[in-house]
Write a protein of this length. Structure first.
Length: 182
């Protein structure tokens, strides 16, 4: 079940707001410029499924988003708990960073935890199957796939080279809850 929790960036132990309702999550995130949608997932895929087959299954939604936002490239990332580099891959994005373009993820299956540092708040967004999130460019955030990752996500880009993480050097991400569900 998708979830939004909001914390003060100075108090990771007190939740100021929490919701499991998609409409409420979407509205709260829209207030801070973050797109959050629920797409229909009529198809079931296993980790390692053919990326082109996954993309074709969601082609109409992908094309709509590409036309609306100007994205030019799409790919699929798939990670399972038996991946030999899961610990290194998890660690890669656990520190606060930004990107020079939007980070767009549609969760075809599984889940992951985005934490967005906006002004003096941290918006923790648990994304699950059917969720689309767009983290605007230059937004401070971190991503946790958990110790036993299990997700398939479609990614959209304007320029994949713009998706390189630029780390802020702060330790804020270490102070907030981790995604411990595999």
């Amino acid at each position: 079940m998708s979830r939004l929790r909001i914390f003060s960036d100075s108090n990771p132990h007190r939740v100021e707001f929490e919701s499991y309702a998609h409409r409420e999550i979407s509205n709260k995130l829209e207030e801070v410029g973050v797109r959050f949608e629920q797409w229909q997932t009529h198809h079931s895929f296993e980790s390692g499924a053919d990326p082109e087959t996954i993309i074709q299954a969601y082609r109409s939604d992908i094309d709509r988003l590409m036309e609306e936002e100007g994205y030019t490239t799409v790919d699929v990332v798939s990670l399972s708990a038996d991946h030999p580099q899961k610990a290194e891959l998890r660690q890669k994005f656990l520190n606060e960073h930004t990107h020079s373009e939007d980070e767009v993820r549609f969760f075809v299956g599984g889940s992951g935890l985005f934490s967005l540092h906006l002004a003096d708040k941290v918006y923790e967004v648990l994304c699950e199957q059917g969720d689309l999130i767009t983290v605007p460019d230059k937004t401070k955030h971190w991503f946790d796939m958990g110790p036993e990752p299990s997700f398939i996500a479609i990614r959209l880009f304007t320029n994949p080279a713009g998706w390189v993480a630029e780390f802020t050097g702060t330790d804020i991400a270490q102070k907030f809850p981790r995604f411990e569900i595999g």
